[in-house]
Design a protein around this ligand. Structure first.
Ligand code: HEC
Ligand code: HEC
Length: 292
């Protein structure tokens, strides 16, 4: 009797293992084909400014859009993560030093990356939030590219991406923003320029950078990856609804909330939000307060 039970337990366990292994294999093959698909977007270029006001704007955008969190302080590239579960995620060297962008990397290639989420060769960029940069105004896009194209060279050769099983499963389930190319509306025209007067409209434009973590509706949700804290609701319905504008600004520039909670920069990038201007933070507050 016992032997029979043991035998059947073994058969069932083997069955479960087989199903798990084949499910994973299926997910992995499917993700691999999506990651290596070659897209053929029409190459477009744009006039890139050289005046100091535009370069200063570009520098500010690099600071407030988190480019340095992933690509490093000097945009020299960085291994963002390297472990067995999620794998190795690498944000490339954006300078023209060794290991950086190839010599023939034109404005049209910058646009392919920032508007469409693909490499020069048409293959998807992994984990690069191009679905957010795609929403930049034409004026900001030009300033951003102009600034990035004149940063000093840094020699920094990096290994390639190598996704682990958790990243593959989470991406398959749509819980990790791996392939922004699949999320972008590629036919959407860029707006010419964004509203730069302080208020709700400017806040909405800026809040695109918060939506990747706080979700499209800013209501937060599950942690972004296993081991991270849940993401809070930052609309009027959450803590933010009880804060004054001054408290909101202090939180985003110091990493400490009015409730005394300390935000870790790895979870909530407050060192990035600290670089927004007061006026931009004020607009973000107005916008978030306008959402129920
Ligand atoms: C969440 C992290 C993250 C942020 C924020 C981010 N990037 Fe990236 N970016 C990446 C990763 C990862 C790659 C490499 C993708 C690959 O090789 O598949 C990448 C690739 C790129 C590329 C393409 C380079 C190439 O080899 O074709 C450009 C250009 C780029 N990023 C510019 C920017 C700029 C400008 C910003 C800020 C507006 C920015 N990135 C913000 C993670 C990020
Ligand atoms: C990389 C992901 C990420 C991005 C980008 C991000 N946040 Fe957060 N944010 C978090 C996480 C995670 C927490 C919760 C951290 C904790 O509980 O310690 C948080 C916390 C907060 C809090 C505190 C909320 C509370 O109830 O205490 C505010 C306010 C906030 N974020 C605003 C913003 C704004 C505004 C932006 C965009 C300009 C933004 N965040 C961008 C991940 C992010």
């Amino acid at each position: 009797m016992i032997r029979k039970i043991l035998k059947w337990t073994g058969v069932i366990l083997a069955g479960i293992t087989l199903v798990a292994v084949s499910t994973y294999t299926y997910m992995s093959v499917s993700m691999k084909s999506r990651m290596t698909k070659v897209y053929a977007f029409e190459k477009a270029t744009m006039e890139v400014p050289t005046d100091s006001a535009a370069l200063a704007r570009g520098r500010h955008l690099v600071a407030i859009k988190g480019c340095q969190d992933c690509h490093g302080t000097d945009l020299e590239g960085k291994v963002m993560n390297d472990d067995g579960a999620i794998g190795r995620l690498v944000a490339g060297n954006l300078t023209r030093g060794k290991g950086g962008l190839p010599a023939g990397y034109e404005v049209s290639d910058w646009l392919a990356a920032l508007r469409h989420g693909v490499h020069q060769n048409g293959k998807p960029l992994l984990f690069m939030p191009s679905h957010e940069t795609a929403l930049l105004s034409q004026q900001d896009m030009a300033a951003l590219i102009a600034y990035c194209r004149q940063i000093p060279d840094v020699d920094n050769e990096l290994p390639g991406n190598d996704l682990g099983p958790v990243a593959i499963i989470m991406s398959y389930l749509g819980k990790m923003p791996l392939l922004s190319v699949e999320k972008i509306d590629h036919n959407r025209p860029m707006i010419a320029r964004a509203d730069s007067t302080e208020g709700v409209a400017q806040g909405k434009y800026l809040a695109v950078s918060c939506s990747g973590c706080h979700r499209e509706n800013f209501k937060g949700g599950e942690p972004l990856a296993p081991g991270f804290p849940p993401v809070p609701d930052i609309t009027r319905a959450g803590h933010v609804g009880k804060w004054t504008k001054a408290e909101f600004i202090t939180t985003l520039t110091s990493g400490k909330t009015p409730e005394g909670h300390i935000l870790k920069n790895e979870d909530m990038p407050w060192k990035m939000t600290a670089q927004y201007t007061r006026s931009e933070l004020s607009s973000l507050y107005d916008y978030l307060q306008s959402i129920q």
